[in-house]
Design a protein around this ligand. Structure first.
Ligand code: ADP
Ligand code: MG
Length: 253
């Protein structure tokens, strides 16, 4: 039996007259990677930010690790890790200074170098945030989600805009974090990524969940309807060609 770590019931979010989230319900299990998929404007970020206690909901109930969001939002904050938008970083501080700054906000002491090691950025410890490549910035922002040793981390499109090598590198990092027992909620527009990373996915469209299952089950259900891909699929795709000829090594360092 899976233990539920996040329970969302009938969540509604209105911005003025516009209903962005139209009564969605889902559970996230402890230790899983749960994906929220859906076109732009579906309500994914709104849903995440409400669970993260960063945005007020209109109605519905949210319980995170037994804590009711209406009763003790600050207790939820203590056990989650949230990726900041990059504009939230002081561009002129180096990575060690930024980690120490965040640790101070959490009232924690952390070994900055050890933390940078987990995201493969130890050799950038004295570099400023603005000097990092796109992939390095994403890895750094994931490191900042781990400062308070959270039970759950939230990643909103962590791989958008990355090159194929950096994207794969981030997959390994996310899988490592899950292996240590952390629950991960992620949004992505890359279905290959969701298929590789996510134990279960919810597909959200226009504020409603229209499917929720393991990627494998969702694919089997589609195939069972008689669906077939229109063309014979080749044994490789262009991304395979790209990775084969450029290698898997990260290029940014
Ligand atoms: P997603 O992350 O799935 O792309 P969002 O949750 O960001 O979707 O947005 C869902 C809908 O809510 C969109 O139509 C968006 O324009 C609208 N929206 C998001 N934030 C606000 C806001 N602060 N005020 C008004 N409308 C908003
Ligand atoms: Mg979004």
């Amino acid at each position: 039996m899976q233990k539920t770590i996040i329970s969302v019931q009938n969540l509604v979010k209105r911005y003025g007259d516009f209903e962005a989230v139209k009564g969605i319900s889902f559970d996230v299990y402890e230790g899983e990677i749960f994906g929220l998929l859906g076109p732009n404007g579906a309500g994914k970020s709104t849903t995440l930010e409400i669970i993260e206690t960063l945005r007020p909901k209109t109605s519905g109930s949210i319980v995170v690790n037994g804590i009711n969001l209406d009763e003790a939002p600050n207790d939820i904050k203590k056990i989650i890790g949230v990726q900041l938008q990059s504009s939230g970083y002081y561009p002129n501080l180096n990575l060690t200074e930024l980690i120490e700054l965040f640790a101070g906000l959490y009232n924690r002491s952390v070994n900055a170098l050890e933390l940078l090691d987990t995201v493969n950025l130890r050799d950038k410890a004295k570099n400023k945030y603005k000097e990092l490549s796109g992939g390095q910035k994403q890895r750094f922002s994931i490191a900042t989600t781990l400062i308070n040793d959270p039970s759950i981390i939230f990643l909103d499109e962590p791989t958008t805009g990355l090159d194929p090598q950096a994207r794969r590198n981030l997959w390994d990092l996310i899988l490592d974090i899950r292996k240590k027992g952390t629950t991960v909620i992620i949004t992505t527009h890359y279905m290959d990524e969701a298929e590789i990373l996510c134990d279960r996915v919810a597909i959200v469209d226009a504020g409603r969940i229209i499917a929720l299952n393991t990627p494998d089950q969702l694919i089997d259900e589609l195939v069972a309807t008689g669906f077939e891909r229109p063309k014979e699929v080749k044994k490789a795709n262009l991304e395979d060609v790209f990775i084969h000829i450029t290698g898997k090594a990260l290029r940014e360092e």
